[in-house]
Design a protein around this ligand. Sequence first.
Ligand SMILES: [Zn+2]
Ligand SMILES: [Zn+2]
Length: 268
Amino acid sequence: MPELFTSLDLFAPKAPLRFASLGSGSRGNATLVEWGQGALLIDCGFSIKDTELRLARLGKSPRDLTAILVTHEHSDHIKGVAPLARRYKLPVYMTPGTWHSRDLGDLPELKLIQSYTAFELNGLVIRPIAVPHDAREPAQFVVEYAGLRLGILTDLGSITPHVEAAYQACDAILLEANHDPFMLASGPYPYSLKQRVGGQWGHLSNQQAAGFLQRIDTQRLQHLVVAHISQKNNSLEIARATLGPVTQSVKQVTYACQDQGFDWLAVV
Ligand SMILES: [Zn+2]
Ligand SMILES: [Zn+2]
């Protein structure tokens, strides 16, 4: 796999909280969050070998991970979770619905998230947020450390009042802008899949993502990462054209890509 960026983090001062991606999109997702006392992998839709290579690109190895946190059971998020957890003896956090949705085999340490209650992991507060998506019990997350808030929000078909309330006043947000409705309608997917992706329990369009950004308090927002961008039903140009007007006050806007994810972003 070609290396399109080299991590410069060896020379950078340590931020209290930072995040990066191993890849983002329907062919595999994994988000890395590092804070003063640990490192968390949110989802792992890649094979062990691929995960090791992608982590190395960010200057990390699976041995640096404190735990794996799972959003839901779709294979672009969960495929590599159990193999990686077994190989490196990592605890895995997920909702009971995600755990019962498929047979993941034995895990070294299973931690079921209790009724979407916030919990702590080495000083990092993790707030699970229920989202409308066609999985058994999907959760997205807001994590907090040293007074900083990072929101992760992908794989949802609509923005509920609960979601809108949960992602207020974040310092950084990774947000899905999956498709352009016109490209989805005229694109290659079969009718049933178009209905699923564009429906209330599918994925956010560029317009839905833009509307969400207009309705939340973004005064503290240092980083917006636009993520889970469809390679078939969206384009960077169209996503930028839709999101650009509503992201002018954000210090840095990053577009995550399927193969490269994105490099470390420091939240300070
Ligand atoms: Zn997904
Ligand atoms: Zn999904």
